[in-house]
Design a protein around this ligand. Structure first.
Ligand SMILES: C[S@@+](CC[C@H](N)C(=O)[O-])C[C@H]1O[C@@H](n2cnc3c(N)ncnc32)[C@H](O)[C@@H]1O
Length: 249
């Protein structure tokens, strides 16, 4: 249609970093190959699950997360201004701290931001994808599992990736147990954390998330902090919140 608009040269929407498939293609292939996707819907939450022959299909979960990670390897969902807010909150509640464990950290940006506030603390991130080893302060690790040396150890656990859990109860139990008594867990929550797709398979409202975490019986809800932050991608007015939980005993 006249006047013709000059076509913008399209940038590739994703970068597979050497990987061969996008996550949604992989999901379709897995389903053609006999993997089934089930969606549980409850009070304020949804939880997707891959199954083969009636059993949880961990390999499909892992491959999907890796593909999604590679596709978005350069994206940063976390926000510097929100990490600044959390860091100030941590300092005001705990004073000097020894360590922060972050879960599902992709390219390690959040660890770098925490380090600016706590240069003497141990800051470590977990990432399920093998790309973990390309980034500082990051190990390849499935955050549903707890290392022996993490038990009762960390002052702070932070994550904006809890919505990638295949088992929220297992995840929050592991994260709670890795805190020292009195240590704090910050779970970032935005409107996107209430939606699900086949990559971000767990969606929960703040109330449902709080119920799930308190179900571990080792964490108690403390408070929610919030801050309107710069838009993420094209979203207008993106308010971030963090639910704070304390390790009981
Ligand atoms: C939404 S991204 C967020 C990344 C980062 N925190 C940020 O703000 O940009 C979720 C990340 O969690 C990783 N992830 C998914 N499941 C995981 C698991 N079970 N254990 C560790 N990392 C996982 C994904 O590979 C992905 O890099």
């Amino acid at each position: 249609m006249w006047p013709f608009k000059k076509k913008k040269k399209r940038k590739p929407a994703y970068d597979l970093a050497g990987y061969t498939q996008k996550w949604d293609t992989l999901a379709k292939e897995a389903e053609r190959d006999g993997t089934q996707y089930h969606l549980e819907q409850g009070d304020g939450f949804q939880l997707g699950r891959y199954e083969r022959d009636g059993q949880f299909d961990y390999e499909t979960y892992r491959r999907m997360q890796e593909a999604g990670n590679r596709e978005k390897l350069r994206t940063v969902f976390a926000s510097k201004e929100f990490v600044d807010l959390i860091s100030k909150d941590v300092a005001s509640r705990l004073g000097k701290i020894g360590g922060i464990l972050c879960h599902g950290t992709r390219n390690g940006t959040e660890q770098a931001w925490f380090k600016e506030h706590f240069p003497d603390a141990d800051v470590l991130g977990t990432e399920i994808s093998p790309t973990a080893t390309d980034f500082p302060l990051t190990i390849q690790w499935d955050f549903h599992e707890i290392k022996d040396e993490w038990k009762d150890h960390w002052d702070v656990v932070y994550s904006n990736s809890w919505d990638h859990a295949y088992s929220p109860s297992k995840v929050f139990d592991a994260w709670g147990r890795s805190l020292r008594p009195g240590g704090l867990m910050y779970l970032e929550h935005t409107e996107t954390h209430e939606m699900v797709d086949k990559l971000d398979m767990y969606g929960a409202t703040p109330n449902a998330l709080q119920r799930e975490v308190e179900g571990t019986e080792i964490l108690r809800y403390v408070e929610t902090i919030r801050k309107p932050t710069k838009p993420f991608k094209k979203k207008k007015g993106f308010t971030r919140t963090a639910l704070i939980f304390e390790r009981r005993h």
